[in-house]
Design a protein around this ligand. Structure first.
Ligand code: ATP
Ligand code: MN
Length: 462
C-alpha cells in the first residue's frame, strides 16, 4: 500500500478507507483497553490520532511505542469521536521502525528553551516550533523564486569562492589549500599565494552583487539566492557567519523603481506566507509571539514610509530617548535607532535613502550634492535593517574616484569596471537577508533559530 501524508489525510474527506501512514510518535496515552498515539510525519504541524486496541497487539510492541519512536500504521480512517481532531486511524497493523529510549531521549513533552534546543540542534527539527519554522522557511524560498520567475527575472548563480575582497574588508573567511603549519613564503617573507590552489588569495563571498551586476547588464533583470559568509565577530540575535541572501539586480531601474519593488516583494512574501502557511503561523502566534499575525497583516496593509537619512537624523536628535550609541549626521545608524524610527516614531516599515557616502559601499551612485549616495535601507519592526540596496554608480570616472578615495584595490576590479566602459546603463539592486526575513515571518527572536544549522563565532557543531 502506498503511504499517505498526514497532511493529506487530515485535509481529505473521511471515507472509511484503509490507509498507511508513517511517522514519529509525539505522545501516547492509554485509557482502559485503548492506546491513543499522536503521530507526526513532518508534513504538517498537526498530528494524526492513531487508535490502538491493546488486546490486539503484543505487549512489548505497545511498550516500545514511546515519544520519538518511528512507526508505520495501517488502518481505517474514521471520523473521530474524541475532541481535538476530526479524523483518526483505527490501527489494524503497526510496524515499529525504531525505538526511542525515553530514559535518554532529550526531547520531553514539556517545553524546552531555545537555548537548550540549540545544544541539540540535530534533534530540534522534531519540535513543533522548528517544524513550523522550517516549513515557513521552505515556503518563503519557493515564494521568492516564484516572485522573480513570474516577473521575468533570471536566477543567476554567482560564485561562493571569490578572488575579490573589495566588499568585505576584514570580514572574510579565507579559502586555501596551503598547509597552515608549513606555509610557503616569498623572498620578502610574505605568504606565497602563487603556490595556493588558485594562485592567489581567495575568500568566501560576502555578497553576490558585483557578479550579479555583470549578469544584469546583459540579461536585464536577474537575482541571486545563495549562501554568503561574514567573519564579523558580532554576537547579536540578527547576525550569522553564514547566511542566505537574495540579491536582485535590474538594468535601467532607478532608486525609485528599486524601492517600489522592495516593498512589493516583501508584501508579496507576507501574503504568500499568510495564504500558504496558515496553520504554522497560527501555532507560532499562539506559542511564540501573540502579535505575529497582526503584525504581518499590518505591514501588508500599510505603505512604507520613505525618507532620507538626513531627515531621520533630525527625528532621532529630537527624540526624547537615551541612546546607547551616539547619533549625528555622518554616523551609521544602529539597530536601536532603526527600530525607534519603525516601532516608536512611524509605527510602520521605513525606507531610508540618501546616506552619507562615507558610511556606504563604493559602488553606490553619488548624488548631485557630492556628499550622499543613492542608498536605500528597508527597516522592519523587531528587526531593524532587513534590506540594503542602492542605485549603482554607472559613470566610470566617478566610480573610479570612489574606489581610489576608499583605498580599495582598483586593479582587482578591472572586470567590474569594464561594465562601465562597455555600454554602461543606470541600474539598481538590493540584498535581502533571508534569515532576517524568516525572523520577521515567524516571530522568532534569535536568528540562530531560523536556520537549520547556525554558524556563529565559536559554533559550528552541527
Ligand atoms: P547590518 O548593518 O545589520 O550588519 P549590513 O549593512 O552589513 O547589515 P548588507 O551588507 O547591506 O547588510 O547586507 C544585506 C542584507 O543582508 C542586510 O540587510 C541583512 O538583511 C542581511 N545581513 C547582513 N549581514 C548579516 C548577517 N551577518 N547575518 C544575517 N543577515 C545579514
Ligand atoms: Mn553588517
Amino acid at each position: 500500500m502506498k503511504r499517505k501524508r498526514v497532511k493529506e489525510l487530515l485535509a481529505g474527506p473521511v471515507t472509511g478507507e484503509k490507509v498507511l501512514v508513517k511517522g514519529w510518535v509525539r505522545t501516547k496515552r492509554e485509557i482502559k483497553n485503548v492506546a491513543f498515539v499522536a503521530l507526526n510525519d513532518g508534513s504538517t504541524i498537526n498530528n494524526i490520532q492513531v487508535v490502538i486496541d491493546i488486546s490486539l497487539f503484543p505487549a512489548d510492541l505497545l511498550r516500545d511505542i514511546t515519544t520519538g519512536a518511528s512507526l508505520g500504521v495501517t488502518g481505517t480512517l474514521e471520523a473521530s469521536q474524541g475532541k481535538g481532531q476530526s479524523v483518526e486511524i483505527l490501527a489494524s497493523e503497526v510496524v515499529l521502525y525504531g525505538k526511542c529510549d525515553p530514559d535518554i531521549y532529550p526531547l520531553q513533552k514539556k517545553g524546552h528553551s531555545m537555548e537548550f534546543l540549540r545544544e541539540i540542534a540535530h534533534l530540534r527539527f522534531r519540535t513543533n516550533t522548528f517544524g513550523a519554522v522550517m516549513r515557513i522557511r521552505h515556503a518563503m524560498a519557493f515564494g521568492i523564486h516564484k516572485y522573480f520567475n513570474d516577473r521575468g527575472f533570471f536566477y543567476l548563480h554567482t560564485p561562493v569562492i571569490t578572488g575579490s575582497d573589495a566588499e568585505g574588508a576584514g570580514e572574510m573567511f579565507h579559502v586555501t589549500t596551503l598547509d597552515l603549519n608549513d606555509l610557503p613564503h616569498t623572498d620578502k617573507g610574505a605568504v606565497d599565494f602563487e603556490k595556493d590552489f588558485f594562485g592567489k588569495p581567495t575568500n568566501l563571498t560576502v555578497s553576490g552583487q558585483l557578479e550579479g551586476e555583470l549578469g544584469a547588464l546583459a540579461l536585464g533583470e536577474i537575482y541571486t539566492f545563495g549562501p554568503t559568509f561574514r567573519a564579523e565577530n558580532s554576537n547579536t540575535p540578527r547576525h550569522l557567519a553564514e547566511f542566505w541572501m537574495i540579491e536582485p539586480e535590474m538594468a535601467f531601474w532607478d532608486l525609485n523603481d528599486n524601492m517600489d519593488m522592495a516593498e512589493d516583494f516583501l508584501k508579496y512574501l507576507i501574503k504568500y506566507a499568510l495564504d500558504n502557511c496558515r496553520e504554522d503561523l497560527e501555532f507560532l502566534n499562539k506559542m511564540i509571539d501573540k502579535d505575529l499575525i497582526e503584525r504581518l497583516e499590518f505591514v501588508l496593509a500599510n505603505s512604507f514610509v520613505r525618507l532620507t537619512y538626513t531627515e531621520a537624523i533630525k527625528i532621532l536628535e529630537a527624540a526624547d530617548h537615551k541612546w546607547e550609541y551616539e547619533i549625528g549626521w555622518g554616523r551609521d545608524l544602529q539597530a536601536e535607532h532603526e527600530r525607534y524610527l519603525v516601532e516608536v516614531h512611524f509605527k510602520r516599515p521605513v525606507i531610508l535613502t540618501d546616506y552619507p557616502k562615507a558610511i556606504k559601499a563604493f559602488y553606490m551612485k553619488l548624488n548631485d550634492d557630492s556628499n550622499t549616495v543613492r542608498a536605500m535601507d528597508v527597516l522592519f519592526p523587531g528587526i531593524g535593517e532587513i534590506i540594503g540596496g542602492s542605485q549603482r554608480e554607472e559613470e566610470l570616472d566617478k566610480l573610479t574616484r570612489r574606489i581610489e578615495e576608499m583605498n580599495l584595490p582598483l586593479k582587482d576590479l578591472w572586470w567590474y569596471l569594464d561594465t562601465r566602459k562597455f555600454g554602461t546603463v543606470p541600474h539598481s539592486g538590493f540584498g535581502l537577508g533571508f534569515e532576517r526575513l524568516i525572523l520577521f515571518m515567524t516571530g522568532m527572536s534569535n536568528i540562530r533559530d531560523v536556520i537549520p544549522f547556525p554558524r556563529t563565532p565559536r559554533n559550528a557543531e552541527f
